[in-house]
Design a protein around this ligand. Structure first.
Ligand SMILES: *Cc1c(COP(=O)(O)O)cnc(C)c1O
Length: 398
């Protein structure tokens, strides 16, 4: 499988002298999406004003975008709702799951999960004021921690720091055997690899669209509800946009009879329109080919970096099948080293305490980029360029 099959960098706006290895954190800008955002602002909002909800069909955008995402994560049309942030979607999914298992008290996640997922779980527990409990064993121990006390298992398939991948089919089967509800966070999966939500039969899944899906900073999140359980899912955030008839202005809440009940308030139209366009870069792309190309690129990266930089310690699983679409290296001066790299046009990022993180997005990266990046890393490491004082001060965002 050649990486050229999915390579379409011309569709993106990426500065010529930069190699962008951070599409796992903030995807690059699709050129058409920028034009579309401009058009929505100036022509639709500017000229149509409030009529645009109907004349430009803004009102259908959340569902339309949900269907585009559904295709990329292999679930049926109508089963994905969009809006809000991933943190909010995690809260909604957890609240729905707890209501589905009223006799159980444990939310199970793992200590490799992205902190906001854990904070939202803790915040929900504090809000409902019952004797619920959040348990966070190590990722490798989580399957064995699924007992019959567990109401819901909330896991992120791909670890944001190391790229380590959970086995969705196996863990979901364990959860269901114990009678627990399964929620998958696909933040680092959607747009990076095939997702087998249907195969594993998980009840709920959530994810964001500004990473591999290139929806731009703050792009709306998504939530999947397995179609057969939609009517059991009671929205904790019962907003009017999830109401069966929002413009009937009824005084009592009545949820929509679809996943759309997970919507809350007025959708972010500019950002959704941008995302809708951004998702067209996937037209004609088979996500299996993206995965194959991502493995080719990340294997090449590991072998090049290890051959050139003995100072760096691989922090990701060595076996490609056990990783998502990122490769991480541990290095004590990782923050400064990453700043030195960014200064030289190789853009990755840093996660505390010592992880240098590099994402692989085959839509706009190829083997030449990977080798070029490895050479720059070698220059920074072998000349200790990271020791320059200007690279030591930490910015707010790392
Ligand atoms: C990126 C990421 C988030 C971010 O949540 P926001 O609410 O969109 O800021 C949450 N969870 C996981 C697992 C992530 O990777």
């Amino acid at each position: 499988m050649s990486v050229d099959a999915v390579y379409r960098k011309h569709l993106f706006n990426i500065p010529d002298d930069e190699i962008y290895l951070d599409g796992n954190s903030l995807g690059a800008l699709p050129r058409d999406a920028a034009r579309r955002a401009q058009e929505v602002i100036e022509s639709e909002w500017g000229n149509e004003l409030i009529r645009a909800w109907n004349t430009a069909d803004w009102i259908s955008l959340p569902q339309k975008v949900g269907d585009q995402i559904a295709r990329l994560i292999g679930v049926p049309e109508g089963s994905v709702a969009t809006g809000d942030t991933l943190s909010i979607k995690v809260f909604q999914a957890l609240a729905a799951a707890l209501k589905m298992r009223p006799d159980r008290r444990v939310i199970l996640s793992d200590n490799g999960n992205f902190p906001t997922d854990l904070y939202m779980a803790q915040g929900l527990i504090d809000t409902i004021g019952k004797d619920h409990e959040l348990r966070i064993p190590a990722p490798e121990d989580v399957a064995d921690a699924i007992t019959e006390e567990v109401a819901v298992v909330l896991l992120t398939e791909v670890d944001y720091r190391t790229g380590r991948k959970h086995d969705m089919v196996e863990i979901t089967a364990r959860a269901h055997k114990a009678g627990a509800v399964m929620i998958w966070d696909l933040a680092h999966s959607a747009g990076a690899m095939p997702v087998d939500l249907v195969g594993c039969n998980a009840e709920l899944a959530v994810g964001c669209t500004y990473k591999y899906l290139n929806g731009g900073p703050g792009a709306p999140a998504f939530i999947y509800v397995r179609p057969d359980i939609v009517e059991q899912v009671r929205p904790a955030l019962a907003g009017w946009m999830g109401h069966a008839a929002p413009f009937a202005m009824e005084l009592a809440y009545r949820p929509m009879m679809s996943t759309e009940r997970m919507r809350v308030g007025t959708p972010p139209i500019v950002q959704l329109a941008l995302l809708e366009k951004a998702l067209h870069v996937w037209d004609g792309v088979d996500i299996k080919d993206v995965r194959a190309a991502s493995i080719t690129l990340s294997e090449l990266f590991i072998s090049e970096v290890e051959a050139r930089c003995p100072q760096l310690q691989l922090a990701s699983p060595r076996n490609a099948e056990d990783r998502g679409s990122q490769v991480s290296f541990a290095f004590d001066n990782g923050y400064a080293a990453m700043q030195a790299l960014i200064d030289r046009g190789v853009i990755g990022d840093f996660r505390a305490p010592d992880i240098m993180r590099f994402g692989f997005t085959p839509l706009y990266l190829n083997e030449d980029d990977v080798i070029e990046a490895a050479k720059t890393i070698e220059t920074v490491m072998s000349n200790r360029l990271w020791s320059d004082p200007k690279y030591q001060a930490r910015s707010k965002v790392t």
